[in-house]
Design a binder for this molecule. Structure first.
Ligand SMILES: CC(=O)SCCNC(=O)CCNC(=O)[C@H](O)C(C)(C)COP(=O)(O)OP(=O)(O)OC[C@H]1O[C@@H](n2cnc3c(N)ncnc32)[C@H](O)[C@@H]1OP(=O)(O)O
Ligand SMILES: O=C([O-])CC(=O)C(=O)O
Length: 428
């Protein structure tokens, strides 16, 4: 039997194909020969060693734990830059000068409102709907509102669609939250920063004047930077694949949101905090470490491990440091943070995690900050989607302007029955 865990040339005739026996007439396809005759594709489940595109956006060296956006290290961007600057950088290729940044912020601000009719869509959801379910629906529904920005062959229309998506995501995510708690929606206040506006639309109550705390605003902005792009992760690949057929941009981003929701990807931020809360106290950590190592138990440490990083995820480092700053500022002493730090320490000294090179990823500490700011766990992945939208649209634009772009269309190794004749129902 062929080794299906390795990169496999289809020219290898020793495939595990079923039901190849039977009468074969001259016109009957011999599936074994079909695979033997072609060496054009490789078997690579999970695309562990397949590059699907050229990209100038993001570089990751997983062994070193290095992440660069357009050449700039993520820790420098997180410390010194703003989410609007990083968005410009990802979309345009260079950091903006002051005039370019002002103009970009002005443009994004102009698009923060959503159509009034969209409110009625929210009202159709159950109040206890998961915000990611709502986000999949409402972002896809934008395709029904903005017909003037969907000619994907026109760079100007692509630019407007991209700006609309980046600008409207905070409004849509805040509306999902407001809807879940039964409060009226708040319109954006375009005098505020991108992060400040989102915080106000989420936590402001109409009767009060919501004052944005600069430390929280900075932390929110930094969390957005840390999530902005991550080369060909599952949701970005989904956006590219959906876009490769020429599909509507708003619908492509909705596809990315759907993919991000899963706990193996962006949904891990919600799952990680739920896990840490379930562990509850430091003395229970060994029990969960033992479970994570037990091959008969499907449990995994959420927020741990990564397909590409075989070293510390550089975003997790910044996230842990930001968690300390935010908790200090808020005067919060969260026992879950102690559990998280101790869990990391125990895991990083355990032979299982050392051998498999499993480290905390971006989702491990983010929930502690988001929870301290006041977000319920169900909102965590919606915030990830909000921030990742710039990466998705930048990658989508890059793909469409690439002359080598083709519709995405992987092949498969067929393992079903070989060719056979139809049998009428009364003869089966
Ligand atoms: C934003 C993001 O998407 S970051 C990732 C967020 N996801 C999570 O945090 C979920 C938990 N982590 C995981 O499930 C995985 O590490 C993934 C999905 C991130 C990466 O998966 P893959 O690259 O396919 O690695 P794979 O699942 O093959 O794991 C390799 C080995 O490490 C083990 N492993 C991987 N992650 C973990 C974990 N979190 N806890 C325990 N064991 C783990 C696997 O059991 C496997 O062991 P084996 O070789 O004995 O079979
Ligand atoms: O790169 C990945 O596979 C997952 C990830 O960390 C991200 O999307 O931010």
């Amino acid at each position: 039997m062929a080794d299906r865990t390795a990169k496999l040339s289809i020219a290898d005739t020793d495939l595990d194909l079923p039901i190849l026996s039977g009468t074969m007439g001259p016109d009957v396809v011999d599936i074994r020969k079909f695979y033997a005759q072609t060496d054009r594709f490789t078997y690579d489940p999970g695309f562990t060693s397949t590059a699907s595109c050229d990209s100038g956006l993001t570089f990751i060296d997983g062994d070193k734990g290095m992440l660069l956006h357009r050449g700039y290290p993520i820790d420098q961007l997180a410390e010194k830059s703003s989410f609007m600057e990083v968005s410009y950088l990802l979309l345009d290729g260079e950091l903006p000068n002051k005039a370019q940044l002002d103009e970009f912020e002005y443009t994004i601000n102009r698009h923060t409102m959503v159509h009034e009719q969209l409110k009625t869509l929210y009202n159709g959801f159950r109040r206890d709907a998961h915000p990611m379910a709502i986000m999949c629906g409402v972002v896809g529904a934008l395709s029904a509102f903005y017909h003037d920005s969907t000619d994907i062959n026109d760079p100007e229309q692509r630019r407007i669609a991209s700006h609309r998506l980046i600008a409207k995501m905070p409004t849509l995510a805040a509306m999902a939250y407001k809807y879940s708690i039964g409060q009226p929606f708040l319109y954006p206040d375009n005098n505020l920063s991108y992060a400040g506006n989102f915080l106000r639309m989420t936590f402001g109550v109409p009767a009060e004047d919501y004052v944005v705390d600069p430390v929280i605003e900075r932390a929110m902005d930094r969390i957005f930077i840390l999530h902005a792009d991550h080369e060909q992760n599952a949701s970005t690949s989904t956006v590219r694949l959906a876009g490769s057929s020429g599909a509507n941009p708003f619908a492509c981003i909705a596809a990315g949101i759907a993919c991000l929701w899963g706990p193996a990807h962006g949904g891990a931020n919600e799952a990680a905090l739920n896990m840490l809360r379930e562990i509850g106290t430091v003395d229970r950590i060994p029990e969960y470490i033992a479970r994570a190592k037990d091959k008969n138990d499907p449990f995994r440490l959420m927020g741990f491990g990564h397909r590409v990083y075989k070293n510390y995820d550089p975003r997790a480092k910044v996230m842990a440091q930001t968690a300390t700053e935010v908790l200090d500022k808020l005067g919060v002493s969260d026992p879950v943070f102690d559990v998280a730090r101790k869990l990391e320490e125990i895991a990083l000294n355990d032979p299982y995690f050392i051998e498999k090179k499993l480290y905390p990823n971006v989702d491990f500490y983010s929930g502690i900050i988001l929870s301290a700011i006041g977000f319920p766990t169900t909102m965590f992945t919606a915030l990830f989607a909000l921030a990742r939208t710039v990466g998705w649209v930048a990658q989508w634009n890059e793909m469409i302007s690439d002359p080598a772009q083709k519709i995405g269309r992987p092949r498969q190794l067929y393992t079903g029955p070989t060719q056979r004749d139809y049998v009428p129902v009364d003869k089966r």
